[in-house]
Design a protein around this ligand. Sequence first.
Ligand SMILES: Cc1cc2nc3c(=O)[nH]c(=O)nc-3n(C[C@H](O)[C@H](O)[C@H](O)COP(=O)(O)OP(=O)(O)OC[C@H]3O[C@@H](n4cnc5c(N)ncnc54)[C@H](O)[C@@H]3O)c2cc1C
Length: 436
Amino acid sequence: MNIAAALKELQAARIETLAGEAPAAFAYGADATFRAPETLLVVIPATEDELIAAVRILVKHRIPMTPRGSGTGTTGGALPEKTALLFTGRLTACRIDAGDLIAEVEPGVLTGDLKRAAEQQGLLYPPDPASHEYATIGGNIATNAGGPASLKYGTTRDHLRKVRLIDGTGEVRELGAAVHKFSTGYFLPGMICGSEGTFGVVTRAWLKLVPCPPFSSFIEIVAPTPDDFSGIRLLAPAAMEYLDIRAGELVTGSRQSYLLVRLEAFTEAELAEQERRFTGRLTAAGRFFRIGRDKKEIWAVRELLSPLSYQLGERKTAQDIVLPFSRIPEFLQWAEILRKRLPAGMELFVFGHLGDGNLHVNLLCGDDLAVEAKLIQREIIVQTRQLGGLISGEHGIGRERREALGLFIDEPTRELMRGIKKLFDPYDLMNPGKVL
Ligand SMILES: Cc1cc2nc3c(=O)[nH]c(=O)nc-3n(C[C@H](O)[C@H](O)[C@H](O)COP(=O)(O)OP(=O)(O)OC[C@H]3O[C@@H](n4cnc5c(N)ncnc54)[C@H](O)[C@@H]3O)c2cc1C
């Protein structure tokens, strides 16, 4: 590894850089885990060509690198650990092809900007992580980001049709095709999605768009029962989000659990028919609910939740478990019992994408309870495993969950994964120390 030589070549190529010890390098390297980054140098390319040239220079000098979008990842995936940081935030070209229903984007495009560009043409880019106003498409692809809309439309992986990736040998690979179906050999974009920067750096992506349903309606159900979970899911809502009593209290002030449901339709009549079906079921079940078409009134509380949660304690640790749908009531019951035996000063709250079994289980406490929080997180992970679930539905493994991965993926399969990584990254330069 020869950092000085790499820096000289990057500067000769007029690619912006920052020394790892520069104060601003800390800001580039910090992410949502709030851990201290260890950055060798920061590379800030202004174009896709510069990004490719920079990766080639780093590969040539065998300098390990960590790609980074906005640093909103919750598992430390973008945290440089004695690596060069590749900041993609300046690569923001975005082109909507309304004829082919495809968006061609650079990795630094914010998810919210892509969604707005699609909407201007009556189209929808469905993935909607709560962080969509800050997170980048590169980060979304690398983590296979989801959000409430995943219930109806799937996650980022279901929309990534083609990707341009520079791998750990400096080779630029075009994988997949900008079409909506693919059965022409192995579909490799599906594997790049969720690889958390460990195979290479995404320099461009082609994403599937869908027609945007113009009508929507929102239902808030107070104190939903397990029967409501399954009954409502069978009515096929567009999104179905859960807030446990503490999460509910946080955003509404009332210590109640809530189920929030979104309906979508292409016509007024279709929406009215859906509303009738849902309210009919809820009325028959004697449920207390309200329904409205103003997104701000009912749905906004869901979007407030993640940011608000940070106010409950200095230290937030979270799991984003995914369970078989039928095991959710069992998990929630177990979490209620867990809440009652938490030490004073520690808060537990559970919320998330109940419709697809993906729950965010959050612990908040002061730094003095760090050890206890770690032990309780371990219990949550073990309980998830016992119920047939997985450790991440959408946030990924990064560095924080590496240790637990072995509980969910057996050694032969992890060995297979290591072998695949080696094909893309034989020198282990691409985000080393993450995922596996
Ligand atoms: C308040 C809050 C709410 C959130 N809500 C959700 C949610 O609802 N759903 C959800 O899925 N996630 C959610 N997240 C997590 C996070 O926003 C997502 O994981 C997001 O996809 C990360 O995007 P980013 O640009 O911040 O990526 P970063 O954090 O910068 O990076 C994340 C990972 O992607 C890799 N990466 C970044 N760019 C590239 C690239 N060009 N090529 C290869 N690898 C790359 C990094 O190396 C790292 O491993 C939330 C986070 C916060 C803080």
